[in-house]
Design a protein around this ligand. Structure first.
Ligand code: NAD
Length: 445
């Protein structure tokens, strides 16, 4: 072009779920021309109409802005994507296989194979999905042998660290970028694809493919371990009369430890941490290094025990038998600011209480439709107070701000008995007790 400025690479984003839709919108926001691709025509239709198919703060506004700029489009055709893009980001799901700890790689393999079939010029395929170490090397070979352009098509890995609820901020201003590459050309392409982010001073770690894949699972394993560590301390606290909330507060002042992810409670869930640590355990067994990550089995077990213990607390509080008891379950999403209910501790607890004979009514500010789809057997409320009407016990399961701010007097006036289990250490026990509530929380006597 006449200005001499290099043309920005054209990007495609394959898989427009939580990760891909965010990535596509944010890359368009950064000035790139982006084509988002999904096999789900319903999702593509919504996105084309300017609607984000899930809850993510800030994303709907940026989607509309990107579409108005003319830089963001959507399709269901991988052939069109291959024609359009210089760099193809693969953001499809890698869920846990039913009946196994292993990750289900069929979507990644399917998307990459189908894309590669159409790649007849130089291009870079970049995996962003979380995969077992070793997958990228296999896919690199697959791409080279499948693409009509052969060796002119390369594969790189760029693991994603965004948090649901903060996905836009995390994508536009990440803590770091990790580029797993097999050539200087691939690194150059990735630097071009993230130029505005790198220009902000974001650190870039360049590594080989297996290291890049491992960074993601290692990070999630560490975070899961931190949560289960403080929850293990909660178990010890319950046995000794100590208070895990105070314990965590005191530990957090040591900046070698730090307070983030050191929050005791119902534990982790969602579409990432649980399946990622299990896939890591499985992969380590295949690699004959099972012992190196054996502790992750304990991390998972501690986390599952939190759910069972929460059910026990509710049972204890209602006098030992849940049958016929009315339970108000506040929260369904796996964490606040998200409508994601994949492996959500909140819904797990609600469903277990229901199976034990309780009459459970669930309320969540944004995850109701998703929850209803997966748990049609539960009742659903219209707001926190209405859900608590005539309840024998209130259980806080997701720490939404609006639940933290509940007035114990107001809620006390609608329940049948003032009993609350605070599964997330989100309420002030002194305030609730002063309002006449029996207050119980994990790891707090
Ligand atoms: P998701 O289920 O929300 O989205 C996956 C999308 O891929 C779906 O819309 C699906 O229809 C689409 N898809 C499946 N096969 C396809 C194909 N062949 N071609 C095009 N589209 C296809 O999943 P997600 O939460 O966005 O996660 C995607 C990946 O990103 C996973 O590996 C996950 O571990 C990783 N990740 C997710 C997050 C997160 O916070 N959600 C963060 C970091 C990494």
């Amino acid at each position: 072009d006449s200005t001499g400025a290099p043309r920005l690479p054209r990007l495609t984003v394959i898989g427009t779920g939580y990760l891909g839709a965010t990535h596509a919108v944010c890359m368009a926001e950064l000035g790139y021309e982006v084509l988002g691709v999904d096999v789900d025509p319903g999702k593509i239709e919504l996105l084309r109409a300017g609607q984000v198919p899930f809850f993510e703060p800030g994303l709907p506004e940026l989607l509309v802005k990107a579409q108005e700029s003319g830089r963001l489009h959507f399709t269901t055709s991988l052939a069109e994507a291959a024609e359009f893009g210089d760099i193809h980001f693969v953001c499809v799901g890698t869920p846990q296989q039913p009946g196994s700890y292993a990750a289900d790689l069929r979507y990644v393999e399917g998307a990459v194979t189908e894309l590669a079939r159409h790649l007849n010029r130089r291009a870079l395929v970049v995996g962003k999905s979380t995969v077992p170490v070793g997958t990228a090397a296999r896919l690199a070979e697959l791409v080279r042998t499948t693409a009509p352009a052969g060796d002119a098509v390369e594969l790189a890995w760029n693991p994603e660290f965004l948090r649901e609820g903060f996905a836009v901020e995390d994508t536009l201003h990440p803590d770091r970028l990790v580029f797993g590459t097999e050539s200087a050309w691939a690194e150059e392409q990735l630097r071009a694809a993230f130029a505005p982010v790198i220009a902000q001073g974001t650190p870039v770690v360049v590594a080989d493919l297996p290291t890049a894949e491992l960074v993601k699972v290692a990070a999630n394993s560490f975070l899961a371990t931190k949560i289960s560590y403080i929850n293990a301390m909660a178990e010890v606290c319950e046995a000794t009369g100590a208070d895990v909330h105070r314990l965590a507060e005191a530990l957090a002042y040591d900046d070698r430890i730090g307070g983030r992810f050191l929050k005791p409670g119902l534990g982790f869930g969602g579409g990432c941490l649980p399946k990622d640590i299990r896939a890591f355990i499985h992969r380590a067994e295949e690699l004959d290094v099972a012992q190196a990550v054996a502790f992750l089995r304990e991390v998972d077990a501690i986390n599952q025990r939190r759910r069972a213990r929460t059910v026990d607390l509710v049972r204890e509080l209602v006098g030992g038998d849940l049958a016929g008891k009315k339970v108000a379950a506040l929260g369904a999403a796996f964490k606040p600011n998200s409508d994601d209910i994949r492996d959500a501790p909140a819904l797990d607890v609600a469903a277990t209480l229901h199976r034990a004979g309780a009459r459970v009514t669930v309320y969540d500010p944004v995850a109701m439709d998703n929850a209803r789809r997966v748990h049609p057997e539960l009742d659903y409320g219209t707001d926190a107070l209405q859900t608590a009407a005539d309840a024998d016990v209130v259980v806080l399961l997701t720490e939404w701000t609006q639940f933290r701010e509940i007035d114990p007097e107001a809620m006390g006036s609608v329940v049948s008995r003032r009993r609350v289990v605070d599964g997330r250490h989100a309420l002030d026990p002194a305030q609730w007790r002063a309002a006449g509530w029996e207050y119980r929380a994990l790891g707090r006597n």
